[in-house]
Structures are given as structure tokens and as C-alpha cells.
Design a protein around this ligand. Structure first.
Ligand SMILES: *Cc1c(COP(=O)(O)O)cnc(C)c1O
Ligand code: SF4
Length: 349
């Protein structure tokens, strides 16, 4: 790409190379298109993912853009205008009808992109019908967002900030829990006055803010940064939630942190925070069979192993059963691992 740009290559050639790079980057890893998309009354629900029993992901069409365009984004395929690669739906009636048939679903998680790029009016059109449908089984509404870091004014001084906060209060008043799943990568993002004000405003609606971030080389691969970040989040009234391993979409080779090092970083940060910040889980890999947590490294019968567990599994009875893989200094994903103790498969294979 650099060569093409330096040589003023014609636009078609540049576009062609962009396409090649995209196609080499695995837009939807871990079986998201083939295995997660639910069906309802003979229809395939293209803007939803239902992988874990209790939670459905909904990708509102107008929220499939973002405040940030992170170089490590694992959802880049949502932004490039290729409709057959995109998760997107406008059909909240279809969602409601699916929820009524699936009482095992407790949480609806709006995601993207970033749903907080939508106006209050648009967001309302997705959330209020769910409240009005009065589906007893739905307990929690969640929104995944980078806005607290990237555009905290969304909750402070935008022209519809008050409507956003009123919408959050409305969820609480319907006896549902409203949770903002906030993406923060670095303590620097918590340093401004406006982010503190935004957190206060959101919390005043009864909404809880849970925080999550990938562990990314060159950006936050240092225990002291995580310690500082989790402590500051708790002090501001947020709940540390997930540390994620880098997925194999995008420039994984550049941002990757090996599992062994990731566990050390997590552990060193975790050991220095009080119990209030130990709500955080990780380092976790969002793999095809489920979210796999790296519990640690141990030596058992002279064999060095990783101790792992599912935090979420395609089968819920996989969750919380410790299992073992051969230790490796360089492994950075489940697919790099071999079962320990001479076994030829993991229990979930
Ligand atoms: C992470 C994730 C969820 C939510 O999991 P929680 O542990 O409940 O936060 C739901 N669906 C998919 C596909 C996910 O990757
Ligand atoms: S905030 Fe999330 S969705 Fe937005 S660009 Fe970054 S990683 Fe992608």
C-alpha cells in the first residue's frame, strides 16, 4: 500500500489493494456469521447474534459507525460499506418477537460500531418498544460504547444529552437494569473533567457503567497502567469488567500480547487493587467455543500448563470447569494451544 501511494498509483489499483488486505484479515472470526446468527419463524436475523443463552446482541442499523476508528478495531467490517459482511438491523419488532419466544434471554446488548453515535430519538425507537412490550424475562438492557472516552459530551452538553439521560432513567423506571459497557484502554482517557461529569450524569439515572478493554501491545501492555485504570474507574463509580486478548481480525501480529505475558500483566495489576476492583475478569479470549479465561500457569506432575476456564460457552455447562493446555511462551490464542497431559483433545472438542 505504501508503495502504491508513493507512486501515485491510480485509484482502482489502490482500491484493489485495500480489498486484498481486507480479505486477508478475517472480518468475522470465531464463527460469528456461520454459528451465532439466530433464526426465527424461518427468517435469518442478520442484525443479531445469539451465542450465549442469556444474552442477545443487536446491531442497530444507524449505530454501525463509531466515534473512534481504532487501529485495532475488531469490528472494522461494520464500517466499510460491504453489506454482505455487515451485522445490521432496523427491525426491533422482529427482536421483540424473538425475545418473546426465547425466555432464556435476560439481556439485550446493543452494539456496533457504537450505538451511542445515534441520536436520542433513534435510540428510543429501539429501546422503548422493548420496555413497552413488557417482556418479563428481559432484565437488563446494555449498550456497548466508546463514547465515554471519545465523546463524553454525549452525556453532558450535546443538544440531546438530557434526552439520552431521560431514556436511561426510563429503563430503570421500568424495573430493568441499564448497563453501559464502556470501552477504555488507558487511564489517560479518565483524566478529563468532562468524562468525570459524564460518569456522574449517567450514574444519576441509575445506570451502571462496566468497563472493558483489549490488552494491546504498544498501547497498554503494562501492569501499572491497568492497576491505575481499574483503581480510577472504581473511584469514579465504574465497575471493571473484562480484559480481552486481541482477536485474530485486523493487525493482530502488531497488537498481539502472548498469553503468558498477558496473564502476568493481569495478575500484577490485580494483586495491587482492592476487592472492589477485583470484579474484573481476564485475560479472556473470545473464541469460537466461548470466552476462555486464562486462570494462570502451573506445574502439575512436572508438566508446565496453562489453567483455563470458560467464562461463557456455546454450551452453558462448559462454564467454570477448569481445563489444561500445554504451556507455551508464544501462544496468543486458543488455536495455538495443545491439550496437556498427553490428551489429544480438549473436553469441548
Ligand atoms: C461477550 C459476549 C456476550 C456478553 O457476555 P457477558 O459475559 O455476559 O458480558 C454476549 N454475546 C457474545 C457473542 C459475546 O461475545
Ligand atoms: S471503539 Fe470499538 S467499534 Fe469503535 S473503532 Fe474502536 S474498537 Fe472499533
Amino acid at each position: 500500500m505504501e508503495t502504491l501511494l508513493r507512486n501515485d498509483a491510480p485509484e482502482e489499483e489502490v482500491e484493489g489493494e485495500i480489498q486484498n488486505i481486507r480479505m486477508s484479515m478475517n472480518p468475522h472470526p470465531a464463527g460469528q456469521l456461520e454459528k451465532n446468527v439466530p433464526e426465527h419463524e424461518g427468517q435469518i436475523l442478520r442484525g443479531m447474534q445469539h451465542k450465549y443463552d442469556e444474552t442477545i446482541l443487536f446491531f442497530p442499523a444507524q449505530g454501525q459507525t463509531c466515534h473512534a476508528f481504532c487501529t485495532f478495531c475488531f469490528r472494522w467490517a461494520q464500517f466499510i460499506g460491504m453489506d454482505d459482511l455487515k451485522f445490521s438491523s432496523r427491525d426491533v419488532e422482529l427482536l421483540i418477537s424473538y425475545l418473546q419466544e426465547h425466555p432464556e434471554v435476560k439481556d439485550v446488548l446493543f452494539t456496533g460500531g457504537d450505538p451511542m453515535t445515534m441520536s436520542a430519538g433513534l435510540l428510543k425507537r429501539y429501546i422503548e418498544p422493548i420496555l413497552e412490550a413488557d417482556i418479563r424475562s428481559i432484565e437488563n438492557i446494555r449498550i456497548g460504547t466508546k463514547s465515554l472516552s471519545y465523546w463524553p459530551y454525549r452525556f453532558v452538553s450535546d443538544k440531546d444529552s438530557e434526552d439520552i439521560l431521560a431514556l436511561f432513567s426510563n429503563v430503570t423506571e421500568h424495573n430493568k437494569h441499564m448497563a453501559l459497557m464502556a470501552h477504555f484502554n488507558h487511564p489517560r482517557e479518565l483524566a478529563t473533567d468532562v468524562v468525570k461529569k459524564a460518569i456522574q450524569n449517567i450514574r444519576s439515572t441509575g445506570t451502571q457503567i462496566r468497563t472493558q478493554s483489549p490488552l494491546i501491545a504498544h498501547i497498554n501492555d503494562e501492569a501499572s497502567l491497568w492497576e491505575q485504570m481499574w483503581r480510577e474507574q472504581v473511584r469514579l463509580g465504574c465497575i471493571p469488567y473484562y480484559m480481552f486478548m486481541v482477536r485474530n481480525t485486523g493487525a493482530k501480529h502488531y497488537f498481539d500480547v502472548p498469553m503468558a505475558k498477558a496473564w502476568e500483566i493481569f495478575q500484577n495489576a490485580y494483586q495491587n487493587v482492592s476487592g472492589l476492583a477485583r470484579t474484573v475478569r481476564g485475560p479472556s479470549m473470545s473464541t469460537d467455543p466461548g470466552k476462555i479465561n486464562i486462570l494462570g500457569v502451573q506445574e502439575i506432575n512436572n508438566e508446565k500448563v496453562f489453567v483455563l476456564e470458560f467464562l461463557q460457552g456455546r454450551e452453558s455447562n462448559w462454564v467454570r470447569k477448569p481445563f489444561f493446555a500445554k504451556y507455551s511462551q508464544t501462544a496468543s490464542w486458543l488455536t495455538d494451544l495443545k491439550p496437556a497431559f498427553g490428551n489429544d483433545r480438549f473436553f469441548f472438542d
